[in-house]
Write a protein that binds this ligand. Structure first.
Ligand SMILES: [Fe+2]
Ligand SMILES: [Fe+2]
Length: 152
């Protein structure tokens, strides 16, 4: 059975792939930078929204889930701000590369912390049936949100 964690890890794999592509882009190829950045922006925003709704909201109801969910949501917000800052920079300009590395560093740190800490804590709070049900709910909302954030 597919659980919420299988779905979340699949999104994390796309994010890691896109982060790798982003840092490999070159200043002389601004279209490529814009294209990878757009894909990463959409993936990050759709994943964060659906993950907040179908992983962090359910565990927020438990005392043990309070700290991890607050921490994760604050990191999602910090990542959003870095995306916005990067979008304001010129992709062929000097500051872009450093800001892109900062974003990638933050994303990689966040994924690792979720996979090594928050998934474990939440795994103890959610029932097996919930983990399976949340997988479907996550996937549906994530796919819908891909369309919503692409319009932004
Ligand atoms: Fe997250
Ligand atoms: Fe995540």
């Amino acid at each position: 059975m597919t659980t919420i964690y299988d779905e979340l890890r699949a999104s994390h794999a796309s994010q890691r792939r896109l982060c790798g592509s982003l840092v490999r882009t070159q200043a002389k190829n601004r279209e490529r930078r814009e294209e990878v950045m757009r894909e990463l922006r959409i993936e990050l925003a759709a994943h964060a929204a659906a993950e907040e709704r179908y992983l962090y909201v359910p565990i927020l109801m438990f005392d043990m889930g309070l700290d991890p969910s607050r921490h994760a949501l604050s990191e999602h917000h910090a990542i959003d701000e870095l995306v916005e800052e990067l979008q304001e920079l010129d992709p062929s300009g000097e500051a872009w590369g450093a800001k892109a590395s900062e974003l990638v560093h933050k994303v990689r740190h966040h994924l690792k912390e979720e996979e090594t800490k928050f998934f474990q804590v939440s795994g103890k709070l959610l029932s097996d049936a919930q983990k399976v049900r949340l997988a479907g709910q996550y996937r549906k909302d994530y796919e819908r949100m891909l369309g919503v954030v692409a319009e932004r």
